[in-house]
Design a protein around this ligand. Sequence first.
Ligand code: NAD
Length: 368
Amino acid sequence: MEVKSYNNANDTDNPVIQQMLNLGHEQIVFCNDSATGLKAIIGIHNTVLGPALGGTRMWSYKNELEALNDVLRLSRGMTYKSAISGLNLGGGKAIIIGDARSIKSEALMRRFGRFVDSLSGKYITAEDVGMTTRDMEYIHMETKHVVGIPESLGGSGDPSPVTAYGVYMGMKAAAKKQYGSDSLEGKRIVVQGAGNVGRNLIDSLVKEGAHIFIADMYEDNLKKVTDKHPHVNVIDIDAVYTTPMDIYAPCALGATVNDDTLSKLSAQIIAGAANNQLANEKIHGEAVKQKGIVFAPDYVINAGGIINCFSELEGYNRERAMAQTENIYNTTLEIFRVADEENIPTYLAANRMAERRIESIANVHRGF
Ligand code: NAD
């Protein structure tokens, strides 16, 4: 399996089939329903390992090309995340075009659920940006191919605590690599984003005796942290990159590891929950390596959420999901080992390991 970098996903003359070829997508489904105003795209990147699982994002895209690029990029990312996590899942993602606050309705969500159902389980959906648990309940009325539904409906509920646990494990593995010990005691850690994952991560870091610095745009999110942990230091969002630190934990946005931030960062480790942290994989993956920073690849260490969802497909068991998430520690160490052995950046080691797993399992299924 060889796919090109997602930076190639910008061919305006050949927006669909050529991009599918570039990125290795199997199927793209365009959904339209004028009665409800539903406009959606379901991207199925790869189903070699299993059904394509990934959340649905609802967003006011500037235009259809932007929406298509997003679904192509995100669905491809899910293939890698599930493959490296040892899950029997492929990669998929869906987007619904429109403002979640104004066009959402029960009928729209249920109609989207019908489209998901029409794929007979080849694509399994879940929650993502702009979607709520209530929306997942509506989708669930029309299809069983949905995970991350509330615990009251037999689902696994909010995945954030499991995601945070995986990030914590990945961060400890990075400390082991950088300092020879996985203890985070006394380490100065900047957590960017006091959201669902950031807050759960801080609980573990505080328990271990780390010095936490936290930044968020919203006072109420910061207060949720400081009410519980009064010793956590609040910093301005503009001070994130210049604060002296050992570990930078991006838990808000993507693309925060770039030319500008790398010139300011004093961290020796980058390990956080945000997706696509490297603004440009090739350039900034290499730059991080050159600076001697240990970068724990984001899709590897934030896989707790998908591990949790996968467990739901097999009859949800929280202990099993947590145990599998704990293994992110070993997977991350293995990535560091391969990166050293092949003298390549850690993101590339992770990509190659994921691709190798997909190739080898494709061979298992061949010929029967
Ligand atoms: P969230 O929306 O609950 O939290 C994000 C927080 O970041 C918010 O509190 C927001 O105010 C803050 N924020 C936004 N811009 C900021 C900025 N410039 N500086 C500082 N803070 C800023 O989201 P979450 O569920 O905690 O997820 C965090 C990240 O992890 C996201 O990138 C998400 O895609 C990724 N992720 C989450 C999960 C999960 O299970 N929730 C799984 C995998 C990946």
